[in-house]
Design a protein around this ligand. Structure first.
Ligand code: PHE
Length: 436
């Protein structure tokens, strides 16, 4: 199957969905390298050794149809050194949580659509079916990410081959949509980042990108310069969105950096006694507009993470729950109902396993987490560095605590011991570290 490097420039890949209604939400991020990271912990239809596994939501040999593009596992997971996509990630492709009206992510998306439909006379075109397989150019070059930027590394991004990645942000679609003549648009989709494991990070999560182009007459009549005009419009828009989602909350703007915007900002809201980062945004770099046929314009863009916002709005305590097919989770949400509070149906006991080893120069925590996810799937709740020292010979030892817990059932000692044994074996053979 030919891969859709130019996925989004072909007509059928860009299916426009007319918004239905709804509420909104972004998610979050942490700013490791100047773009926000919204991810989460484990993946995998873990428990997949059992036959007729009800947790395995999608057969691994499925042919997926994403916006008209057919994708098989062989298109994504390859036995090749330039490919670092595990099966567990492939199983997430095409699940489209953001297109399910009764799922918290879909409910939130619809709520955000609703805000834009109500507040803007020019309709924002909605794209929520663009293929997540994109070229390096789309993901990085088109949005001016420097050649040496850490986000391009194999440690941070899922590569299908040397030129093709699973998009790590919805900004990957900005340039092509501009070239198509779009001036007001929202792009929602699944994004992929190699990451650590804890209750708010998962290697697949959902973002919504917003983009608005202004023409000279719009800022000229305001009497202020184009950049300040776009920045003000942007802030007004997003403060309104935050109020639409969260009610009368306290907010603050933080200066930020993104390669594709200047000035750049992050919006934080005060929620449950903490400042929480909700989104990244800014005035689009003129170079991007120039390259894509909009040299005389100015524009703003934002990107928000839906999981983080949904976790807060629906009080969902663990990001893995979004992927659960357990009816006790799925039945709690209804179309159009933003912010219904999730009722924890049970809290099964965690099981802790510690593991120490001497690391080598190429060791990274993301690689360790990928192994843990590959073995334990969504049973892995957290991987935490609990001890770190360097001896007189210059050897560095790390001790990690792995927390195993199912959100759906009690785990047996035997099962956990087997998982841990497998993790130990793979850590040794794949990461070449020396277990202690
Ligand atoms: N793409 C950025 C990220 O993923 C978010 C962003 C989008 C920031 C648009 C500014 C403008 O972190």
């Amino acid at each position: 199957m030919k891969m859709l490097m130019h996925a989004s420039s072909g007509g059928s890949l860009l299916r426009v969905t007319v918004a239905v209604s709804g509420l909104c939400v972004p998610s979050n991020l942490f700013r490791r390298y100047g773009f926000r990271h919204y991810s989460v912990s484990t993946a995998l239809p873990s428990i997949s050794t059992k036959k007729n596994n009800k947790y395995l939501s999608q057969p691994i040999n499925a042919v997926l149809d994403i916006g008209g593009t057919k994708i098989t596992k062989d298109d994504v997971v390859k036995d090749d050194p330039t490919n670092n996509v595990p099966d567990s990630i492939f199983t997430k492709l095409g699940l489209q949580l953001h297109n399910r009206d009764k799922h918290p992510i879909g409910i939130l998306k619809n709520a955000i659509y609703d805000y834009f439909d109500k507040n803007y006379t020019t309709e924002f075109t909605k794209f929520d079916n663009l293929c997540p397989i994109v070229s390096l150019k789309q993901n990085f070059d088109d949005v001016l990410v420097p050649a040496d930027h850490v986000s391009r590394s194999y440690n941070d991004t899922y590569y299908i081959d040397a030129q093709t990645v699973l998009r790590c942000h919805t900004s990957a679609h900005q340039a092509e949509l501009l070239r198509m003549g779009q001036t007001h648009f929202l792009v929602t989709g699944d994004v992929y980042r190699r990451d650590s494991i804890d209750s708010t990070h998962y290697p697949v999560f959902h973002q919504m990108e917003g983009f608005r182009v202004f023409s000279p007459d719009e800022w000229e009549k305001s009497g202020i310069n184009s950049t300040s005009y776009a920045a003000e419009e942007l802030k007004k828009c997003l403060e309104g969105l935050a109020r639409h989602l969260f009610g009368a909350v306290e907010m603050r703007w933080i200066d930020a950096y993104f390669p594709f915007t200047s000035p750049s900002f992050e919006l934080e809201i005060y929620f449950q006694e903490k400042w929480m980062e909700v989104l990244g945004c800014g005035v689009v770099e003129q170079e991007i507009l120039k390259r894509n046929g909009r040299a005389d314009n100015v524009a703003w863009a934002f990107g928000l993470g839906l999981e983080r916002l949904a976790m807060v709005l629906f009080e969902i305590p663990d990001i893995r729950l979004f992927w659960s097919n357990d009816e006790r989770f799925t039945s709690q949400f209804s179309k159009g109902q933003l912010g219904v509070k999730f009722k924890q149906f049970s809290k099964f006991p965690p099981c802790y396993k510690d593991m120490s080893f001497w690391i080598n120069d190429s060791f990274t925590e993301n690689n360790l987490c990928e192994i843990v996810r590959g073995v334990a799937g969504d049973l892995a709740e957290e991987v935490q560095l609990i001890d770190n020292f360097t001896n007189k010979k210059g050897m560095t030892s790390h001790c990690y605590r792995i927390v195993f817990r199912s959100m759906e059932r009690s785990l047996t000692d035997e099962e956990i011991n087997q998982l841990q044994l497998k993790v130990r074996e793979e850590v040794q053979s794949k990461l070449n570290v020396v277990l202690r």
